[in-house]
Design a protein around this ligand. Structure first.
Ligand code: C2E
Ligand code: MG
Ligand code: MG
Ligand code: MG
Length: 284
């Protein structure tokens, strides 16, 4: 019996590993096809400031299957964002599309900051700075402070010195940096101390239960007061109800993002959404 269990254990392990490898391969394959067929698109989710106005949007990548499944979230192809060549190609697409869209909005009279998620692979890519300079050269009239690159803790973890120098160079160009999914890594405070950043985006896993879990509430309160002391903007992600928004306002969070404000939407819906936006409430 022991032998059989051992054998089964071995089989399960292998199956789990194979399933994982298959998911990785599938993600890469899907992304290659989508790049070839121009089936990547960006959706945008509004971020609102507490005193009422729409601060900007975050660009969120979607893969259009062209079939009944419709659009897929990055969760379906995360492996592609970690693949050196694909991360570069997808990253370029995202940068170009998002800044182009920001410029279109600006020309329509909407000054929106555009948050752009940067994969660790792309940030550390030898051509990343070239890609940044290329985008600034292509859109010289787009205010640089309206570009905010969102970086997670995974990038510095791979290569801290080069992540710091790249982020400093980007910051020196006037582009903003946000520390995304803040608190989920294992070196958040080190990053806060050493990386140039204007914004902290506290991860939704801390925000979700603030109304029912005092520990989470204490964590969000602590991160918020740390951000305030450092003069950083603090964004709460995953704001799913008005109750969350009120609580976050009480804590001094500056900017809210989440389904209670708006879900991600196609670019063409943003200008109407901004025009019709009535502050969910105004903190004074
Ligand atoms: P993220 O940067 O933390 O983005 C926020 C995620 O939370 C998005 O998921 C968004 O749809 C979701 N979200 C927003 N509001 C709420 C809410 O109230 N409740 C809940 N439960 N979720 C909410 P999405 O679009 O599936 O993206 C997942 C992650 O994929 C992103 O997390 C980001 O790390 C990555 N990602 C997205 N777009 C890009 C991209 O263009 N490039 C790269 N490299 N990564 C991207
Ligand atoms: Mg983000
Ligand atoms: Mg985030
Ligand atoms: Mg997140």
């Amino acid at each position: 019996a022991a032998k059989a269990a051992g054998r089964n254990g071995y089989v399960f392990y292998n199956e789990a590993l194979e399933a994982k490898q298959q998911l990785i391969a599938e993600g890469i394959h899907m992304a290659e096809q989508a790049l070839a067929d121009n089936r990547f698109v960006l959706w945008y989710q509004p971020l609102v400031a507490l005193h009422g106005h729409v601060l900007g949007v975050e660009a969120l990548l979607r893969l259009d299957t062209g079939r009944a499944e419709g659009l897929l979230n990055p969760g379906h192809f995360f492996s592609a964002l970690d693949h050196p060549l694909l991360a570069r190609k997808i990253g370029r697409f995202v940068l170009n599309t998002a800044v182009h869209q920001g410029m279109l909005w600006l020309n329509q009279g909407f000054s929106l900051r555009v948050g752009i998620n940067i994969s660790a692979r792309h940030l550390l890519d030898s051509e990343f700075m070239q890609d940044i300079h290329a985008i600034l050269a292509r859109y010289p009239d787009f205010p640089r402070e309206l570009i905010e690159l969102e970086v997670t803790e995974s990038a510095p973890m791979l290569d801290f010195p080069s992540a710091i120098s790249t982020l400093q160079a980007i910051n020196a160009l006037g582009i903003h940096i946000a520390l995304d999914d803040f608190g989920t890594g294992n070196a958040s405070l080190t990053y806060l101390q050493r990386l140039p950043a204007q914004t902290i985006k506290i991860d939704q896993s801390f925000v979700r239960d603030i109304l029912v879990d005092n520990k989470d509430l204490a964590i969000v309160a602590g991160v918020t007061s740390t951000a305030q002391a450092l003069g950083l903007e603090i964004v709460a992600e995953g704001v799913e109800s008005l109750g969350h928004a009120r609580k976050l306002a009480d804590l001094g969070v500056n900017v809210l993002q989440g389904f209670a404000i708006a879900e991600p939407m196609p670019a063409e819906k943003i200008s109407n959404w901004v025009k019709n936006y009535k502050p969910i409430f105004c903190a004074d």
